[in-house]
Design a protein. Structure first.
Length: 474
């Protein structure tokens, strides 16, 4: 990051058409008073269930350089450093657009039904080997997160990587037009948020909105293995993408998987990245990581980054908490392996997690155990999509399946009797059943949608040995 202030008062005021009576210099931007840091510009966002103006005094007491407000909150000192604007969300968006305008960075935007956060993080690591790189934190990808991520971008960044998310049509277009990417990646299109769409094809159309913000000469990077590849390609061409780079195992893919050796904690890969042969390691298991790494390397090459350095960086990838991180739990008589996939769930992501479970080797006397919660927002397709997991669980040689949620009853009914373990309505009720069943040597996968609150099961399993389990990735 530059040593210069991210937002001097006069620059922020000009960018937002706001007013400020104090001379302050912000080194960061925050919309959350709980995590605001010294030197941040705190933006008092008004949401459906909260009003950031209530927390302005708290943010300033924590050392915030100033607060962007639409009205002066009660109880502030007369000289409190404020940036007064007509609307704070509009002000944050204006700050984001100004950050984008003043920066010459090559920008990559990432969306997709699954894998976008992991792909974004891999891109951040890959490009950082080559120059100053700014990226969205976590999954800040919505109408608040995207402008916030832009507003945090230092002016001297060489590369920028932004994740764009949606749960309905029309949400990605304004974000992409704000970010103005040189390269747009769609990791895949799958039945996620299907409750809000008429079809998976409609989801593809919504994801394709990312092309509408492409800079002139912009490049689209698309998954050639996905069934909606042709549809996405045609939409990218229709809005003037200068080039489409495909990735995957398909023989026609420009970034093509040549060889893959899957291991419990990593992948070893040989690939052709747009005409250049590359051999590298991805420090996370699962075929989906291997495929998405192709998109990462293709994007690095598309923005003029160093492909060799990027390939080396892939070895540093590690699954995040709730997204495939592995733990070793020391029990009195042996080791329990735990795969934490508790952050969220969709049909394709759950199938990928089951494949990882199947590739894992239990210890002496151990079993493969899946603990699964409902996959939410699937609409009328939910019963069939849940039941369809049964064949994948059998192919992965899973021994016992614990389930919770209304729709997991369809999976349970589709399973052979010998695979059926306990079923409960919620994760809280399922937890003691799981704890009572596991034993040394077992490999346990925990996965479910965020609304199913599966994380407490992970934490309880991690502490079975008395202390928090050690991470087993890498």
């Amino acid at each position: 990051m530059s040593d210069r202030a991210l937002w001097p008062a006069e620059v922020a005021a000009a960018a937002t058409n706001g007013r400020t009576g104090a001379d302050w210099r912000a080194s960061g931007v925050s919309i959350d008073s709980r995590s605001v840091g010294p030197g941040d510009l705190f933006v008092a966002i008004e949401g459906p269930n909260f009003d950031g103006h209530v927390f302005v005094a708290e943010a300033l007491a924590k050392g915030a350089a100033a607060a962007m407000v639409a009205r002066r909150p009660d109880g502030l000192e007369p000289g409190a450093p404020l940036l007064e604007v007509a609307d704070t969300l509009a002000g944050l968006e204006a700050l984001g657009r100004a950050a984008r305008q003043r920066c010459d960075a090559r920008i990559v935007a990432v969306t997709g039904s699954v894998g976008k956060t992991g792909t974004k993080e891999a891109l951040r690591m890959a490009l950082a080997r080559d120059g100053a790189t700014h990226a969205s934190e976590g999954n800040l990808n919505n109408h608040w997160g995207a402008p916030l991520s832009l507003a945090r971008m230092p002016a001297d960044s060489r590369y920028g990587v932004f994740e764009l998310g949606m749960s309905d049509a029309g949400e990605i277009e304004p974000l992409s037009r704000m970010v103005r990417p040189h390269v747009a990646i769609i990791t895949n299109v799958e039945p996620v948020h299907l409750e809000f769409f008429a079809s998976v094809a409609a989801i593809a159309d919504a994801k394709a909105e990312i092309f509408l913000g492409l800079e002139p000469g912009g490049i689209a990077i698309l998954n050639h293995d996905n069934q909606h590849y042709t549809r996405l390609r045609q939409m990218a061409e229709a809005v003037g993408a200068a080039r489409i780079i495909s990735f995957g195992s398909h023989e026609a893919a420009a970034a093509r998987l040549i060889g893959l050796a899957e291991h419990p904690t990593c992948n070893c890969i040989s690939a052709d990245i747009d005409g250049q042969a590359v051999t590298y390691k991805v420090g996370a298991p699962g075929r989906h990581w291997a495929i998405n790494s192709l998109a990462v390397l293709a994007a690095v090459r598309a923005v003029g980054g160093d492909l060799g350095l990027a390939a080396l960086a892939m070895a540093e990838i590690a699954p995040a908490k709730g997204r495939g991180r592995r733990h070793l739990v020391e029990l009195p008589d042996g080791i329990l392996q735990l795969i934490d996939e508790s952050y969220n769930a969709s049909p394709i992501a759950t199938r990928a997690a089951i494949e990882m479970l199947g590739a894992s080797q239990p210890g002496p006397g151990g079993r493969r155990i899946a603990v699964l919660g409902d996959m939410l927002e699937l609409g009328d397709a939910a019963p069939d999509l849940h039941a369809g997991l049964a064949e994948h669980l059998q192919a992965a040689r899973v021994d016992q399946v614990f389930v919770c949620g209304a729709n997991m009853k369809h999976l349970r009914a589709a399973l052979p009797r010998h695979m059926r373990a306990a079923r409960e309505e919620g994760a809280e009720e399922l937890l003691p059943r799981v704890l009572a069943a596991v034993r040394p040597g077992d490999v346990v996968l925990v996965k479910g949608s965020l609304g199913m609150a599966m994380a407490p099961i992970v934490e309880a399993l991690r502490h079975l040995g008395g202390n928090a389990a050690a991470a087993a990735n890498g």
